[in-house]
Ligand binder design. Structure first.
Ligand SMILES: Cc1cc2nc3c(=O)[nH]c(=O)nc-3n(C[C@H](O)[C@H](O)[C@H](O)COP(=O)(O)O)c2cc1C
Length: 194
């Protein structure tokens, strides 16, 4: 154990999601370290259903274009009109952090591993990723938003119709201190049986 259990538990519980992140962003080596941690997530039959796409610099504008295309298609489908302001906001969503790690779930048809297990494994991978980034001094926020599984966004990430864009992990350095989390009363969440 690298540190005491008490210290480690306190550290896990201190994680907060932080928006509007700045540089510095993690280096490639730091990102790879975090993805190695993500890839140790519980994974029934070792399907490795997760993929990680790292978007930074000008590539964020291209992701913004895909989000705009998705927003437009969604609005057309739903018979809504998008304002210029709304389109501009959508275009600039990826600029809220210097780096985004998109986590995709590649669904595999498997007799013993139904889709929900593959999604849950992705959730575990994302949490490992977030904690590994935190351990290296970076802040994150896991976002999805209503556009993440629109066809234009799936096409951008080259994922199939049965696959999912499961997380945009916005990553960088927060100009603000992490707010202290209020203690969570777990009593209504738990039942012990013996
Ligand atoms: C699958 C998933 C998708 C999420 N999508 C969004 C999102 O699109 N926008 C957002 O503000 N928060 C989103 N959240 C919530 C934040 O990641 C975060 O958990 C929440 O703001 C609470 O903050 P905390 O992590 O500091 O407790 C999402 C969380 C999960 C698990």
């Amino acid at each position: 154990m690298p540190c005491s259990s008490e210290a480690l538990i306190g550290w896990i519980n201190s994680r907060r999601s932080m928006g509007n992140l700045d540089m510095p962003a993690p280096t490639r080596a730091q990102i790879e370290t975090a993805i190695e941690c993500a890839a140790t997530a519980p994974d029934h039959k070792k399907l490795r259903p997760w993929r990680f796409i790292v978007t930074q610099g000008d590539a964020r504008h291209e992701l913004g274009n895909a989000l705009v295309e998705a927003a437009q298609a969604k609005a057309d489908r739903e018979g809504e009109e998008l304002s210029e302001k709304n389109l501009k906001k959508t275009q600039t969503l990826p600029l809220r952090a210097p780096l985004i790690i998109t986590v995709v779930t590649k669904m595999e048809a498997h007799k013993k591993v139904p889709p929900f297990e593959q999604m849950l494994s992705t959730g575990a991978a994302v949490q490992n990723l977030i904690l590994a980034l935190k351990s290296q001094g970076f802040s994150t926020v896991w976002r999805t938003g209503l556009l993440c599984n629109e066809p234009a966004v799936k096409a951008y990430f080259d994922v199939g119709p049965d696959d999912y864009v499961s997380a945009f992990v916005y990553t960088g350095t927060s100009p603000k201190d992490d707010p202290v989390r209020k203690p969570i009363d777990i009593e209504p969440l738990v039942r012990f049986e013996s």
